[in-house]
Design a protein around this ligand. Structure first.
Ligand code: IPE
Ligand code: IPE
Ligand code: MG
Length: 256
């Protein structure tokens, strides 16, 4: 039997429908299961993260051909500091390696890279590398790749509330002028559409503090595939599932 991994490019697009036709414009992914992938092979967890980096390369390449304009990947949460020091250091070393190796290629493919999350208290070298990558890819327009790093949804909301409070206290803003739009303008994702589709791999069914504000009406898609095993075809399958959904946004049945 043909597996989903054997699909040819054309078949993949057919599976996902005509490209870009009905979105999703913005896909967010909680890349989970690297540790279990490695443990199942008797490897150290960091090898799972390394294999996960290859999956990142695959989905970034495939996203534009599925009509995706924004891809937001959860790379490191504010809670991930609780992991053993060696794993945390290994993750940041891999991040640096990915960004340093890939920036030219990302630029050549029209990918603009943005980092979402708190910059303070990142290792100094990581801070420099991500700023350079953002600056170098700034003019790219084919795909926006958001990498959520030292990111937590609650921390992001608190940060926005604090910024608005300072603006109000400074007389720049009336409290009554604070709307959902004004609030969203203080988030790391300002100026971007909310995710249409959230994918979480490895069978876990929780948000783990990811994009709490932005996911309000996002379609959720869970798969048992471990992140290092995730391919272009798994992405196409998720997009195809999304296109079969009916989004109501609180309204009524909308099919004629
Ligand atoms: C996701 O894989 C990667 C990060 C959180 C950085 P995990 O490392 O969480 O993998 P599992 O959940 O332990 O299998
Ligand atoms: C969420 O995965 C964070 C990232 C993918 C970066 P975790 O593996 O850290 O989440 P929990 O701990 O299982 O909720
Ligand atoms: Mg995990």
């Amino acid at each position: 039997m043909q597996g989903v991994n054997d699909l040819k490019q054309g078949e993949r697009q057919e599976l996902a429908g005509r490209q870009g036709e009905r979105g999703p414009e913005h896909v967010a992914i909680i890349m989970d299961g690297n540790g279990r992938w490695a443990e199942a092979r008797g490897l150290p967890r960091i090898m799972g993260h390394r294999a996960g980096m290859e999956a990142v390369r695959r989905v970034v390449r495939a996203a534009p051909s599925l009509g995706i304009k924004y891809l937001t990947l959860f790379a490191f949460s504010t809670e991930n500091w609780r992991r053993p020091r060696l794993e945390v250091e290994g993750l940041f070393a891999l991040l640096r390696e990915y960004v340093e190796k890939e920036t030219d290629d990302l630029k050549a493919h029209g990918v603009r890279v943005r980092f979402l999350g708190e910059r303070e208290n990142l290792p100094q070298t990581a801070g420099k590398v991500i700023e350079r990558c953002e600056a170098e890819t700034e003019g790219c327009t084919r795909l926006t790749l958001n990498i959520a790093l030292n990111y937590g949804g609650r921390a992001e909301i608190v940060r926005a509330a604090r910024a608005l409070a300072f603006r109000a206290a400074g007389g720049e803003l009336e409290p009554n002028d604070i709307t959902a739009e004004v609030f969203a303008g203080e988030l790391f994702t300002r100026g971007m559409p909310d995710p249409d589709l959230l994918i979480r791999t490895s069978g876990e069914m929780r948000l783990s503090n990811f994009l709490l504000w932005q996911l309000a009406y996002t379609e959720l898609y869970f798969t048992d595939v471990l992140w290092p095993d995730f391919t272009q075809d798994h992405l196409a399958q998720a997009v195809a599932a999304y296109r079969k959904r009916e989004r109501r946004f609180g309204g009524v049945h909308n099919r004629g």
